[in-house]
Design a binder for this molecule. Structure first.
Ligand SMILES: Cc1ncc(COP(=O)(O)O)c(C=O)c1O
Length: 420
């Protein structure tokens, strides 16, 4: 289906045209094992497996499931990959991929702004098994190349990153990695295949926390890695040992969620863009981080390699930890909580959700401001969200946002924001 638009692929890719009982939806195959009609049937299956023939059936739940296989085929198509492997969570996708690619004595390079648990896994956990690592500043390609050693096996990065939405130049990354024969793993959770397809730039593996936009409804945990047939086969071998498989109910919810991915993400892109521009003009907002703003350090890269800038906007308020909390407590539509990518808008104070154990000074050292807010927009009305943020900022900072109804349209445009 690769020639079709992504809006068509999210609905049809990976799905059998005729399914059990002529149902239009992929059935949930709720089974842990698969039976054989007789001994010859079993022997035929084993022979086919031994010789690497195409096999149309499953054997045991930890090795495969038809509902999961459909989700995997759809995800592979959306990211322009040959194959995909679904996991019980995004972290399971990250850890199982790295377990497959690394051995004792290997070396990993990480960019410093990638998901905290991924960095912890590499620098703390894999270190116990003799895997070395170097962290390099995001966006510093000279430092990246200089960190390469003879035993460097993998470069792990993310784009856009959390929470600062930094954008990695995938062309530059791939050029450096290929020159030194190193594999690349990109966490593309914040972008989704709708906004960015790293495999098309020559990246080897794309991982997603499918818990976020791919599922899209804040009701499941899953992860996926997409890549070549051969390498995904190797990762599935590791998964068969670690056992971090997904389950058919989750795979069904994921398939269902994916069908509206294109609609949801495009709407979330538009809303986030509108909110980012509004926040950038507000006197109580010190700085806005959004790849669609000209002020973003990698705006030019984002324009080149992304087709949308995503649904997350981070911003620093002109206040302290308590002041940021006062603002958050005034918003009415977003829920307060971690995560992103679902239909409900979520808001969080990054210092409290991800760095609670650190002091203000320690957080400042690693570049996390106490007043940093991460807003992960859902699919609610952009105007309602904008009005909600405006009223919360006005209450928390004694500002006054006035709205004008431009050209008789229903869209509210904030025109004057002033300190009262
Ligand atoms: C960028 C990114 N990668 C990976 C993960 C891990 O995913 P999961 O929570 O599904 O294990 C997250 C979760 O927040 C994330 O934001």
């Amino acid at each position: 289906m690769s020639e079709k638009d992504l809006s068509t692929q999210v609905v049809h890719a990976g799905e059998k045209r005729v399914k059990s009982h002529n149902a239009i939806t992929t059935p949930i195959s709720q089974t842990s094992t698969y039976t054989f009609r007789n001994t010859q049937d079993l022997v035929d299956y084993m022979e086919a497996k031994l010789w690497g023939d195409e096999i149309e059936r499953e054997e045991y739940g930890r090795y495969g499931n038809p509902t999961i296989a459909t989700a995997e085929a759809k995800l592979a198509a959306l990211d322009s990959g040959e194959a995909a492997c679904l996991f019980s969570s995004g972290m399971a996708a990250v850890t199982t991929t790295l377990f497959t690619l690394l051995s004792q004595g290997g070396h990993v390079i990480l960019t410093d702004d990638c998901y905290r648990r991924t960095r912890q896994f590499v620098t703390k956990f894999l270190a116990r098994y003799g895997v070395e690592s170097t962290q390099v500043p995001m966006g510093d390609y000279e430092a990246l190349e200089a960190a390469i050693r003879p035993n460097t096996k993998v470069i792990v990065s993310e784009s856009p990153t959390n929470p600062y939405l930094r954008v990695l130049d995938l062309e530059k990354l791939v050029a450096i990695a290929k020159k030194h024969n190193i594999k690349t793993v990109i966490d593309s959770t914040f972008a989704t295949p709708i906004n960015q397809r790293p495999l098309e730039f020559g990246v080897d593996f794309v991982v997603h926390s499918a818990t976020k936009y791919l599922g899209g409804h804040n009701d499941l945990l899953a992860g996926v890695v997409v890549g070549s047939d051969y390498m995904i086969g190797a990762i599935k071998e590791t998964q068969a040992m670690l056992g971090d498989v997904s389950d058919p109910n989750t795979a069904y919810l994921l398939i269902r969620g994916l069908k509206t991915l294109d609609l949801r993400v495009k709407r979330q892109n538009e809303t986030a863009d509108k909110l980012a521009h509004f926040l950038a003009k507000h006197p109580a907002v010190r700085r806005v981080y959004y790849p669609g703003l000209v002020s973003h350090p990698e705006y030019e890269v984002a324009i080149e390699q992304m087709t949308g800038f995503g649904g997350v906007v981070s911003f620093e308020l002109d206040t302290d930890l308590e002041g940021a909390g006062r603002f958050i407590d005034e918003v009415e539509i977003p829920y307060i909580g971690p995560s992103l990518g679902g239909v409900e808008t979520l808001i969080e104070q990054v210092a409290l959700v991800s760095y609670y154990e650190l002091s203000t000074e320690e957080r400042a050292e690693i570049g996390i401001s106490d007043s940093l807010i991460r807003l992960a927009v859902g699919i609610e009305s952009a105007d309602d969200l904008l009005a909600d943020l405006a009223q919360a900022l006005d209450k928390a900072f004694q500002t006054e946002t006035l709205f004008q109804n431009v050209n008789g349209s229903h869209h509210l445009v904030p025109v004057v924001i002033q300190r009262r």
